[in-house]
Design a protein around this ligand. Structure first.
Ligand code: SAM
Ligand code: SF4
Ligand code: F3S
Length: 471
């Protein structure tokens, strides 16, 4: 076996540490993450690794010796932005050959991106695939010891459990339960850039959540592209509802959230686990994408609008105060006005508290990118506006129904409206605009809802009223 292959990633961490120990002070490293929470969670691993190797973190590219862009490829706009940023960091890499500029995340898996990097961004010296995060120490070691450029585009490997995570928040933590996606929705690039589904062992997830709760974390977000297929391929006999029940046995003052759930796999067991588990929030993010059966079939979503509405009906039967949110796509190839009206009708029927709508963006290599798309961009934008207007109206009505209620909320940050403004979230994930002492950030507090807006509610914190239950 060549000598290199015998060196463990942990040993590489030590080797980089040794090189950096010659510097008068720890060199600075910067990681900027884009895209979904899974990618942000990967960014926390990249930061954890950099810290363990002896770097300090910065947000200032001017002082950074390592700049990593942790990219998203889901829509074209995200890619253009990443290329724009690489261009703006060129000066640091060109002026100082010691600076290592790298591209990580989902874009790194795309052939066309790699070609563009070679041709137009030769100063990008490091490419780290979504499955290659463990190998960052080895790659940095190579670059620090004379290698000019290095790339590892792996999308399939399972990230090791030893990777240290640098958490941005002291009370909110993301915990990936699975990686990759097998669903191949025809518009989506994720299965190509994140590889096939693979789940973490439940004991590892349990240990991580338990330690987070012990360390005072109040909100744990379980992540996967489709958490409902958690457990497939594992040797142990487990699925996502059982994982929720297992994690719920961890004692403490915390709430469990999860995303995303694919409707085709949202089972009665999932609903029952949400109903029964005291720590699981009363919120289901269930991306529907669209309300037309014809388009759903073209998207390869493998459910009909009626199937979807049936899940919602069953979920609401079991959990009457359930808050719902969804992802929606406008302007999929061939979407007619009638298809779009089906989407509006579905949104009116479900009455979500929140929606995340996107205009379809063709992604090279996906099936939908080959489909004829004759709808003019202006019409897609106009449809998007109609959808947003409808949702504004629905959310305002939903939120009015909360006025007068007293609810437990997690205070999660400073607000923008005044010096004393704070934001909080209900157990259903609804944003509460409030006021109070910033020392309350990261605490569960009782709030009285006093008014409704179209994207949030207004509440008064009742710090003298004990929070009897997290939800
Ligand atoms: N796995 C999740 C699911 O199936 O619902 C979604 C993950 S995806 C990263 C987040 C959202 O991005 C999708 O629900 C979809 O609405 C949107 N999306 C994915 N591909 C897109 C594309 N090509 N154009 C526009 N939006 C897209
Ligand atoms: Fe993309 Fe579909 Fe997988 Fe979600 S389930 S990540 S939309 S392919
Ligand atoms: Fe983007 Fe990759 Fe997430 S493509 S949405 S960062 S999985």
């Amino acid at each position: 076996m060549p000598e290199d292959l015998q060196i463990s990633p942990e040993q590489r961490v030590c080797a980089v540490r040794e090189i950096l120990s010659a510097c008068s002070e720890p060199p600075a490293a910067m990681v900027r993450s884009f895209g979904c929470q899974l990618n942000v969670a990967d960014g926390e691993k990249l930061k954890g690794l950099l810290l363990s190797m002896g770097y300090r973190l910065t947000e200032d590219p001017e002082e950074a010796k390592v700049i990593l862009l942790n990219t998203c490829a889901v829509r074209e706009h995200a890619e253009q932005r990443a290329f724009g940023l690489l261009g703006s960091y060129k000066k640091y890499a060109v002026q100082n050959p010691d600076v290592i500029l790298g591209l990580c995340g989902c874009m790194s898996a795309e052939e066309t991106v790699r070609e563009t990097l070679k041709k137009s961004y030769p100063y990008v010296r490091l490419v780290v695939g979504t499955g290659a995060i463990d190998r960052l120490p080895a790659m940095l070691y190579d670059l620090l010891t004379g290698t000019k450029r290095t790339a590892d585009n792996d999308t399939e490997a399972m990230p090791s459990e030893w990777i240290p995570v640098h958490r941005e928040s002291t009370f909110r933590a993301s915990v990936p339960v699975m990686y990759g996606c097998n669903n191949f929705c025809t518009y989506c690039i994720v299965p190509y850039v994140r590889g096939r589904e693979r789940s973490r062992a439940s004991a590892d997830i349990y240990r991580e959540v338990e330690s987070l709760v012990k360390n005072g974390y109040r909100e744990i977000l379980l992540l996967g592209q489709n958490v409902n297929s958690y457990g497939r391929g594992l040797e142990e006999d487990i699925d996502f509802p059982r994982l929720l029940r297992l994690l719920d046995t961890i004692e403490g003052d915390y709430i469990l959230r999860f995303m995303s759930s694919h409707p085709k796999d949202a089972s009665d067991e999932l609903i029952a686990a949400m109903r029964d588990c005291g720590h699981v929030e009363r919120h289901l993010h269930l991306p529907v994408q669209c309300g037309s059966d014809r388009i759903l079939s073209e998207m390869n979503r493998r459910y009909t609008a009626a199937d979807y509405l049936d899940i919602i009906r069953r979920a609401r039967e079991q959990i009457p105060d359930l808050s719902l949110s969804t992802d929606l796509m406008v302007g999929f190839p061939g979407e007619t006005e009638e298809d779009f009206l089906d989407t509006l009708r579905l949104v009116e029927t479900v009455r979500y508290d929140n929606i995340y709508p996107f205009i379809y963006s063709p992604r090279e290599g996906t099936k939908a990118a080959q489909m004829p798309d004759e709808t003019p961009a202006a019409e897609k934008t106009e449809r998007m506006q109609r959808l947003l207007d409808l949702q504004k109206h629905i959310a305002e009505e939903n939120f009015h129904a909360l006025v007068g209620q007293t609810l437990p909320v997690l205070v999660d940050g400073k607000g923008k409206r005044s010096e004393t403004a704070l934001t909080a979230r209900t157990a259903g994930g609804i944003i509460v605009e409030t006021e109070g002492d910033p020392a309350l950030i990261g605490q569960f507090v009782t709030a009285k809802i006093t008014a409704a807006r179209n994207c949030a509610v207004i509440g008064a914190l009742l710090t003298d009223v004990p929070v009897t239950a997290v939800r």
